[in-house]
Design a protein around this ligand. Structure first.
Ligand code: TRP
Length: 456
């Protein structure tokens, strides 16, 4: 199919369609699973504040640039770099395109854990889920987590192979508002538990003593991850965006939805760590396992908690599924476009990549736990190299592409072709003077970690 036709058939019908589609892909495990554990780990309020400032400045600038270049060229990143004549910078297109292929394997590991918890709430032994050792016992088993990884990965594969993504997305559009409502209700329940107030303070009041470059690196990585920046996705979505849609306000809405859901998830989980585990510093540092350790305690303390837990994990599953579909889809289109293999073959290859990289990420909590690349688990390792190293490089390439090859005028004209560019001044200031400097600092700090001089 030619690019033009693809754009026409996939184009979003209006602003609402665009916002819902991009928010559907952006809202996922990043908001519900990743944001709360990072906030808990990196000092609560200070992390939240750093994140929000970054999202409305750097995040906004980078999303606008990627979307505008995508809409202008009508192409995904590799094609966009080519179309803009950046022959010497094709590396930039490639790195953008490869990142989703490295994220989706470990995304499926967590997706698998979500499935496991859903079924466990359904089962007769649900009360065991609140025990402290339950999660560790589960992830350290050799076979069971692999089964759930495959379960989730094959679900995504089948949906893509049968071409029923649209239907799943429609279902998820109904489920997403339910997830927001539910998160809201759970957050109210959590913050009103005895002892939770300490947690609310920890989460909402910034403690500047806890601030360090690590806070910024973590918040920046989260911003990339949660808003799907620096991995080509927004070029592709931009290429589907109709020329008359107000780009700036659509992007603002996507950012708003994404941040609200992340903040709510934090309010659901962090105060609960204080109410149910006395703010145990070890739990706050739990990392990827935090949601799985904390949420069952919350649910099982409620009346009808098993049903609530089951519905919660079902809704999280739906958010994770749509994001995983969009990640895998992006990998499949890159393979198809670059090799001319059939979509079927590319989809099978992508499933192979998920399995090959997903298995060690999963076993890293059990049989392979003696491997501690960069001082963290294997999953943390993939998460770190993609979010804290590759995405800043990908984002830098985009900014350099604009500065050196096509000029800011291309971006500005593209935005202005459909509406006023209200924040043009701030956009240009950040894009021209701050982004590269800032990304360089982040990269250096991350490389120091990668060299073992500091820890993840
Ligand atoms: N933003 C998604 C989340 O919060 C994760 C993600 C990263 C993603 N990159 C993506 C989703 C690309 C879809 C496409 O969970």
């Amino acid at each position: 199919m030619s690019d033009k036709k693809k754009t026409a058939s996939k184009g979003f019908s209006g602003k609402m369609g665009y916002v819902l589609a991009v928010a559907g892909s952006a809202v996922g495990l990043g908001n519900i699973w990743r944001f709360p554990y990072l906030a808990a780990k990196y000092g609560g309020g200070i992390f939240l504040l750093t994140y929000l400032i970054l999202a409305v400045t750097f995040g906004f600038t980078l999303i606008m640039t990627e979307t505008a270049l995508g809409r202008r060229t009508g192409k995904s990143p590799i094609g966009a770099y080519r179309a803009l004549g950046a022959k010497k910078m094709m590396f930039g297109g490639w790195i953008n395109a490869i990142i989703p292929m490295l994220i989706v394997p470990y995304y499926c590991v967590i997706g698998g854990w979500v499935c496991k918890y859903f079924f466990s709430f359904l089962g007769a032994n649900a009360s065991q889920l609140q025990e402290d050792t339950y999660f560790t016992n589960f992830v350290s088993k050799p076979i069971e987590p692999l089964f759930w990884l495959l379960f989730f990965a094959i679900a995504v594969f089948v949906i893509i192979a049968r071409g029923v993504e649209k239907r799943i997305e429609q279902i998820s559009k109904i489920l997403m508002p339910l997830l927001v409502l539910m998160a809201f209700a759970i957050a109210i329940y959590s913050v009103t538990r005895e002892g939770a107030l300490e947690g609310v303070k920890y989460y909402l009041i910034p403690n500047f003593k806890q601030f360090s470059i690590k806070t910024v690196v973590a918040a920046m990585g989260q911003m990339f991850y949660s808003l799907s920046i620096g991995m080509g996705i927004l070029y592709t979505y931009g290429s589907y965006m109709k020329k008359d849609i107000d780009m700036e306000s659509s992007i603002r809405q996507v950012e708003l939805v994404d941040s609200i859901i992340a903040i709510l998830a934090g309010l659901m989980i962090i105060p609960a760590v204080f109410a149910f585990a006395g703010g145990n510093p070890e739990t706050l540092q739990a990392g990827p396992s935090l949601m799985f350790i904390t949420m069952p305690k919350v649910f099982l303390s409620m009346p009808m908690g098993r049903i609530v837990g089951m519905v919660f994990f079902l809704l999280v599953f739906s958010a994770a599924l749509t994001s995983a579909i969009s990640l895998m889809e992006s990998g499949v289109s890159t393979i198809t476009e670059q090799t001319n293999w059939s979509r079927k073959k590319s989809t099978v290859i992508m499933l192979g990549i998920i399995i090959i990289l997903g298995i060690p990420s999963s076993l890293g909590f059990g049989v392979l736990s003696f491997l501690r690349p960069l001082g963290g688990s294997i999953l943390d390792f993939f998460d770190f190299i993609t979010n804290s190293i590759m995405m800043p490089i990908a984002a830098s390439c985009t900014v350099i592409l604009v500065m050196k090859v096509c000029g800011f005028k291309v971006v500005i004209d593209e935005v202005k072709s459909s509406s006023k560019f209200r924040r043009k001044g701030i956009y240009l200031f950040i894009a021209k003077y701050l982004v590269l400097l800032f990304l360089a600092v982040i990269l250096i700090s991350s490389i120091l970690t990668a060299l073992g001089i500091t820890k993840i």
